[in-house]
Design a protein. Structure first.
Length: 220
C-alpha cells in the first residue's frame, strides 16, 4: 500500500511525468543502440539517444498536462508542441552522435539532419508516444473536468504503460547477453560481475539503459 502522500493526484501526476521521460529514454536508447550499435553493442549509441530523450520527453510529458490552449481553440499547447519537441529531440541526438564520432565541428549539421531527415524515426515515434501517453492523459483530464473519478485511473494507466515498456527493455538487455541478469538477492555477486563485464567491454550505455528502465519501472 502506497503512503497517502504518494496517492494524491499531484504526486501521481509528478510520478507519471518522471516515468514517461524515463520510459521514453530507455526505449529510444535500446532501439537505436540495437540498430546502430554495430559490433560494439548498444554502448554509446544508446547513451547519446537516451539522454536528449530523457530531457525532452520529461518536458513533453509535463507540457501535456498543461490546460493552456492555442488562442480560443480547444487545441492544447502540449499537443501542438509535440511536433517541434520531437524534431528537437532528433536534432540533439544526431548532434551528440556526430560529437561522439569525433565530428564535433559538424554538430550543427547533425542538428539539421536530425530535425529534418530524422523525421523518418521521430515522427512515427511521436505518434506512438501520443497514443500511449497523450490519449490517457487527455482522457483523465476530461474526466476530472467533469467531476468524475477518472483522473487517477488515467495516471495509473500511463504508469502501467511506462512500467511495461521499461520491463521489456530490461528483459531485452538480459537476453541480449550470454550472462543473464538475475533479479534476486542470492545472485547479487553474479549481478555485480555482469555489470563489471559490461563496463569492461565499453557497455556503459547498457548500464545507463538498465538504470533508466529500472527507475521507470519503479516510478511507473
Amino acid at each position: 500500500m502506497l503512503p497517502a502522500t504518494l496517492r494524491s493526484s499531484r504526486a501521481l501526476s509528478c510520478l507519471s511525468v518522471v516515468s514517461v521521460g524515463l520510459a521514453m529514454a530507455a526505449v529510444t536508447g535500446a532501439f537505436f543502440g540495437a540498430m546502430f550499435g554495430g559490433g560494439a553493442g548498444i554502448g554509446p549509441v544508446a547513451a547519446v539517444t537516451a539522454l536528449p530523450t530523457l530531457v525532452v520527453g520529461t518536458a513533453w510529458a509535463a507540457l501535456l498536462r498543461s490546460r493552456r490552449t492555442v488562442g480560443h481553440s480547444n487545441l492544447r499547447l502540449g499537443w501542438l508542441l509535440s511536433l517541434p519537441l520531437a524534431s528537437l529531440n532528433g536534432g540533439l541526438a544526431a548532434a551528440l552522435m556526430l560529437i561522439l564520432k569525433d565530428h564535433a565541428n559538424q554538430w550543427l549539421e547533425g542538428v539539421a539532419i536530425g530535425m529534418t531527415l530524422g523525421a523518418v524515426f521521430w515522427f512515427p515515434a511521436m505518434l506512438v508516444a501520443l497514443t500511449l501517453f497523450g490519449v490517457p492523459i487527455a482522457w483523465s483530464q476530461r474526466q476530472a473536468r467533469r467531476g468524475l473519478l477518472g483522473a487517477e485511473r488515467g495516471e495509473i494507466l500511463v504508469g502501467a504503460v511506462c512500467a511495461c515498456l521499461c520491463l521489456v527493455v530490461l528483459l531485452g538487455l538480459s537476453f541480449a547477453r550470454e550472462e543473464r541478469w538475475v533479479p534476486s538477492a542470492a545472485s547479487s555477486y553474479r549481478n555485480v560481475r555482469v555489470m563489471a563485464n559490461l563496463l569492461r567491454e565499453g557497455q556503459a550505455g547498457a548500464i545507463n539503459l538498465a538504470a533508466l528502465a529500472t527507475l521507470g519501472l519503479l516510478t511507473g
